[in-house]
Design a protein around this ligand. Sequence first.
Ligand code: PEP
Length: 255
Amino acid sequence: MSRTPLIAGNWKMNLNHLEGIALVQKIAFTLPEKYYSHVEVAVFPPFTALRSVQTLIEGDKLAVKHGAQDLSPEASGAYTGDIAGSMLAKLGCTYVLVGHSERREYHGETDELLSRKVAAAFANGIIPMLCVGEGLEVREAGNQVQHTVDQVLAGMSTVTPEQAETIVLAYEPVWAIGTGRVATPADAQEVCGAIRAALAGKYGQETADKIRILYGGSVKSGNVAEICGQPDVDGALVGGASLDGTEFATLAANA
Ligand code: PEP
């Protein structure tokens, strides 16, 4: 089963729109053309940079996609500070992150809320990238597989078999995010393989084999090949290393 690897750069709350333009230009002009058919590259700027990034990508026909870091579960209305899926669709977003561990931790986002965000993304023609993963305590207790599979199934509770084919999942052990402590390739495979098995149980093997499951947590150009070499790991969600255009382009080329 061939799944095109996806290398996704989560800029988090970094870079204004001018800095964002410069970074996308750097990525597009550093990543050699020949890699574009083997790997899909996407950036996730803050909301304030989305319009500028969209204009650059569409104007220069760059082979880089863009997505947002969050969306509201609601369609519109009195939700001050929130951003609707329809607004992101107008900004040409291909993807939207849902349930990044920083949203779960700092904003108390629950699996029930995230399942509504997943539904809102699909309702607007945007592919959700549902982020899951265990904290250190869960890992030390040896419960990482059950914990993470439960998050996947809860977050996908509203997802139809047709939608499931396009969803992207990102397994990000919380203890590996921004810490420099990367999971071993075997750690990543253990959980990503278990997620795929659970998806096969719910949607059938054919559908499960189409779903891309990324790994995230201190991925860099030097370790990406080993991690993406695992049978059930289909790319990487990258935080820190996505803020340096040369490093991110090299990482994508090495995936
Ligand atoms: C992330 O924020 O999704 C992430 C994986 O960050 P980092 O690559 O910096 O660990």
